[in-house]
Design a protein around this ligand. Sequence first.
Ligand SMILES: *Cc1c(COP(=O)(O)O)cnc(C)c1O
Length: 364
Amino acid sequence: MPRPIEALVHRSALAHNLARVRAAAPDARVLAVVKANAYGHGIERVYEALRGADGFALLDLAEAERVRALGWRGPIVLLEGAFEPRDLEHVSRLDLWHVVHCSAQIDWLAAHKSARAQRVFLKMNSGMNRLGFAPAAYRAAWARLSALPQVGEITLATHFSDADGARGIAHQAAIFDAATRDLPGERSLANSAAILRHRLPQVTADWVRAGIMSYGSAPDFPAGDIAHWGLRPTMTLRARVIAVQQLERGDTVGYGSSYTAPGPTRIGIVACGYADGYPRHGAGGTPVLVDGVATVTVGRVSMDMLAVDLGPLADAGCGSEVTLWGEGPHGTRLPIDEVARAAGTIGYELMCALAARVPVQTVD
Ligand SMILES: *Cc1c(COP(=O)(O)O)cnc(C)c1O
């Protein structure tokens, strides 16, 4: 028998969440962001459900190649653009759209021998200070690009640093508007948090870039959660109890003895550890479902195992089903965001970190 752990990717939930993107940005075209191997889900596993999008956005040429290999003929956007001049040959061959965020990328385009004009997303640094042209340099970059025969349509793009939080997007949106007001071309501004929380027409204009919400995690958790936003988990991680320990008061569990039983306690040992992608940093107390009943982890997570308190579960034992996140038995659910919070991280990181050794099943 294989080790009792597996992940499920829920196709119908992906399609449902994509419909939520459409409902939240009804006038926009949707780029389904599938970078990081579709946020850990696997590009090939999500493709059928997300092909209802108007395009895909990702980072790697290898990932773009995989999307083309699945038969996708529509838009694919490289969100960081070319990393070296040669990349533009693959951009041409695979017919990709690509972000231009610095002058070197414009130099490469000017030197590129292209059979057809390429579509670019010209990125402005409107305050995040990661990628993009400063507002004062944006117009010159646009003028230079639009004079190049290698360049076709230019989409005006920026990215928000605080769409999920208190600072919001107004300051960046104002900078972007002021610097682009009289420039022609489509716009692309919104990520999931902006789509959900800031649905102004100029924010959800033309092309939205929906990542995390499609994967059933709330970008603004705990202010919003997936129930509030009408999203469904798209990834379940589940395993089984492989041993039970009866502890007496004062007994400890796991490395470092970080958990001490306050009295007689039944502990289940679960076939899931940090080498499966489960976060090690929740020092006990992380929510988990056993046979669909809520309980918590105790002690440190080890490489291949973790321990859970079976206190609330008189009937649980070896073989009991443990939901680390996602959909549990009998319609129960443990949002990945709740697990992430207990571990001091975000849903994005947990889903992206699902380990290659965990077998994955695609289900409806
Ligand atoms: C990853 C990414 C997105 C998607 O962000 P989510 O928060 O997952 O919706 C959008 N735009 C850019 C430029 C990105 O890098």
